[in-house]
Ligand binder design. Structure first.
Ligand code: BTN
Length: 251
């Protein structure tokens, strides 16, 4: 993504959708799209992502990665790790990660990541990694106040969104190259686990058609969350299929 142009829009339906349109026109690996506002921002599990103008970051990166489709969900963890590094550089040293795709400050969500993959036959055509970071928002809708926060609310500082975008692109570029080189997450596993909010906690695992409670232990080099069920059974949870939530609240 070095020297890649970052395309800024005033408003889009969704930066992930725009990347899909650009990808269909042949756009290159590393193309970055940022919008000041989104009218149809997408969250995980079919949810919408509130995207008002002037305060937060909505960005997506187009990837044409040299890896098998099974490994694509690992890019979500590569992005979470990269954003955590950026936030630490901005003084948010307590940043935590809620596996696989949320960043957390003071137990509340500061950032979400939505990774979408398009196949061409049995290979990856492209992957879109979309990032929403709550930067300068001072207020959240009633239903989000318990679970969401912003960098402004946590620090009282107004941050330069463009600078953060550039820094996320640079950190992700570096980490993504490493991932493609080694084809796993061994290079970030330790640092990721040190920030993992789920460790030692009881989590509710939401698999398609199956829900259960387990204790989270950390990720392995494949990005899977290792958990132990109440029956003592060890399980590995693959990031592509499921999500976990805290038993007693958001984390
Ligand atoms: C989540 O549910 O936590 C994922 C949220 C991802 C939101 C971002 S905002 C930029 C990009 N474009 C979208 O439509 N969604 C992602």
């Amino acid at each position: 993504m070095e020297n890649k142009k970052i395309i800024y829009y005033k408003q889009l339906d969704s930066t992930n959708t725009e990347i899909a349109r650009l990808a269909a026109l042949g756009a290159a690996h590393g193309t970055v799209v940022v919008a000041d506002a989104q009218t149809a921002g997408k969250g995980r599990r079919g949810r919408t992502w509130e995207s008002p103008a002037g305060e937060s970051i909505y960005m997506s990166i187009l990837l044409r990665p040299d890896c098998v489709p099974d490994r694509a969900p690992m890019l979500t963890l590569v992005m979470a790790y990269s954003i955590a590094q950026v936030l630490k550089e901005h003084g948010f040293t307590d940043v935590q990660i809620k596996w696989p795709n949320d960043l957390v400050l003071s137990g509340k969500k500061i950032c979400g990541i939505l990774t979408e993959m398009q196949m061409k036959g049995s290979e990856i055509d492209y992957v879109v990694v979309g990032v929403g970071i709550n930067v300068n928002a001072s207020k959240f809708p009633e239903e989000l106040t318990e679970t969401a926060t912003s960098l402004y609310r946590e620090s009282g500082r107004t941050l330069d969104r463009e600078m953060i975008v550039e820094s996320v692109v640079a950190h992700f570029d570096k980490a993504c190259r490493k991932f493609i080189e080694v084809q796993d997450l061994s290079f970030l596993r330790e640092a990721y686990n040190a920030m993992l909010v789920n460790v030692g906690r009881e989590v509710r695992v939401l698999e398609p058609g199956n829900e259960y409670t387990a204790y989270a232990q950390g990720i392995n080099s494949e990005g899977e969350l290792l958990v132990r069920t109440s029956e003592g059974e060890e399980k590995r949870i693959y990031a592509g299929e499921v999500s976990v939530r805290g038993v007693y609240g958001y984390v």
